[in-house]
Design a protein around this ligand. Structure first.
Ligand code: ATP
Ligand code: MG
Length: 484
């Protein structure tokens, strides 16, 4: 029926006589309540619910239908199909009304109410009619609430998915893959984490991933840069103050720990905290309570702390600028993110990722990038780690039309030298056993050098030009050194 705003009911009852009596009971409310379908078995009920998702609001079911699926098992199956459907059980069991065990079993399985059939022979009304009808109206209110909650949860879940997509940790290298596995485990726990790593390695990114994968994900993630808050403001920033607590406190202010309550606080650059603030932080961790300035009663907070630093805290402890007890409280699970140069496998995939993301943002076609340019970028040291790489890719896109040339690369690196080859990756295959004299060594390096230049030249005359040799001499030298 179109535009039917009545409460929609599926009735599971196998006795004709009782069906009639249920109908009689709600007859007076036919403008509000409608039995849309009547079935006599559990399996028929499940089939109908599956065929008509989001249609029924309430299932009224007899507790003791003959054969097959019934009772608590049926309730559970219905809730599996749609957890928002409300189930009212009717029973002619001569159970004692005060039998809480029975009621509890039904509620545990997922029913919202139960009514006992009237004993005796009352033809029109099978139940205490007011109880029965009220239970339907109440169940319907609950249905609407649960629908709303489900909808807003879905919205929140979708938002979290979008956040997680934008905070994806891009990597293929072994240490990072392991780190991603660790993050999943750490997120499920409530354990404190200390993230260490050089600037731009992705410490904040990791903290985001822990929070948005944890059960605190619907609550706030509050990032705090400890180094950027002046010492004298730390206490009021962290713990807030009451109106009138000091001159200028014209209204109550929530501190960052209150804002992060039930969520996560990310204490970045933790090594910058002065010792006085470290003591207060330790107290919060130990007691789970904060002292708001100007308030006598302490406030209980439940905050997960993720700390990060690019300093070596052990050294700070040795220098006396970081409290050892706080270090052990924070560093329950240590996460160290390796610098990019120690995981060169990640460089290409990160370049591809940022190319795609920023070309999309800038509405540009992804420029072609040749293997030798990727090679140069892979060999580079990346002191600024992933942040630096991201900036370089943005400049590459900005500077390029359809292909990235060496010149564009040079400009995008802001003049930084790229060709510096790292020690551990010498292009020369030096074999000590074959080199017996200084002369051998001289010859070896002449040959290797010539080879290196040839490898990095398009043509012979290009190579000769780089060596500053006329082509004829270049050919003679190649021949002498046994190179083709
Ligand atoms: N593996 C990665 N995949 C994708 N993006 C990354 C990755 N690592 C870092 N980034 C990006 O690089 C930038 C720097 O990362 P982030 O701010 O997390 O580093 P950080 O270690 O906190 O740096 P700092 O110590 O300077 O604060 C961010 O834009 C981040 O999203
Ligand atoms: Mg950071």
């Amino acid at each position: 029926m179109e535009n039917d705003n009545r409460i929609k009911i599926l009735l599971i009852e196998d006795e004709e006589f009782d069906v009639e009596r249920v109908k009689n009971t709600i007859e007076r409310f036919r403008d509000n309540i409608h039995i849309n379908q009547i079935v006599s078995s559990g399996s028929d009920a499940l089939a109908i619910l599956k065929q008509n998702p989001d249609f029924y609001n309430i299932v009224i079911m007899d507790y003791q239908i003959a054969g097959g699926l019934r009772g608590e098992a049926l309730i559970e199956k219905i809730k599996e199909i749609d957890s928002t459907i409300q189930i009212i059980v009717i029973t002619k069991l001569t159970i004692n009304i005060s039998d809480f065990n029975f009621a509890q079993k039904l509620m545990n399985a997922g029913a919202v109410w139960y009514c006992t059939k009237y004993p005796g022979n009352i033809e029109e009304y099978i139940y205490q009619p007011t109880d029965f009808v009220l239970s339907i109206f109440n169940a319907y209110e609950r249905y609407k609430l649960e629908r709303l909650r489900q909808k807003s949860n879905q919205k929140l879940e979708n938002n979290i998915k979008i956040i997680l997509r934008s905070k994806e940790i891009i990597s293929v290298s072994e240490p990072m893959e392991k780190l991603k596995d660790d993050i999943k485990k750490i997120a499920e726990s409530e354990i404190g984490v200390l993230i260490t790593g050089k600037s731009g390695t992705g410490k904040e990114l990791v903290a985001h991933n822990i929070h948005y994968r944890s059960k605190r994900k619907f609550e706030n993630f509050v990032p705090v840069n400890c180094g950027s808050i002046p010492d004298e403001l730390l206490e009021s920033e962290f713990f807030g103050y009451e109106k009138g607590a000091f001159t200028g406190a014209d209204k109550t202010k929530d501190g960052l720990f209150e804002i992060a309550n039930n969520g996560t606080i990310f204490l970045d650059e933790i090594a910058e905290l002065p010792l006085s603030a470290q003591v207060k932080l330790l107290r919060v961790i130990q007691d789970g309570e904060i002292e708001k300035i100007g308030r006598t009663k302490r406030i209980h907070v439940n905050v997960r702390i993720i700390a990060a630093t690019n300093k070596n805290l052990q050294e700070e402890i040795a220098k006396g600028s970081f409290r050892e007890d706080l270090y052990y409280r924070l560093n329950i699970i240590p996460i160290n993110i390796k610098p990019l140069r120690e995981r060169p496998d990640d460089i290409k995939i990160l370049i591809d990722h940022f190319l795609k993301v920023y070309c999309n943002d800038m509405g540009k076609i992804v420029p072609q990038i040749t293997d030798d340019i990727i090679q140069s970028l892979t060999n580079y040291d990346w002191p600024g780690n992933v942040r630096e790489l991201k900036n370089v890719v943005q400049r590459l896109i900005f500077n390029s039309e359809d292909i990235v040339t060496q010149e564009i690369l040079f400009d995008s690196m802001l003049g930084k030298k790229l060709n510096s080859v790292r020690k551990e990756e010498s292009p020369f295959s030096f074999n000590e056993k074959e080199i017996k004299s200084l002369k051998d060594m001289e010859e070896f390096f002449r040959r290797e050098y010539l080879n290196f230049v040839r490898k990095h030249s398009e043509t012979d005359s290009d190579a000769a030009g780089k060596l500053g040799l006329p082509p004829s001499n270049y050919h003679r030298l190649s021949k002498k050194l046994g190179l083709k």
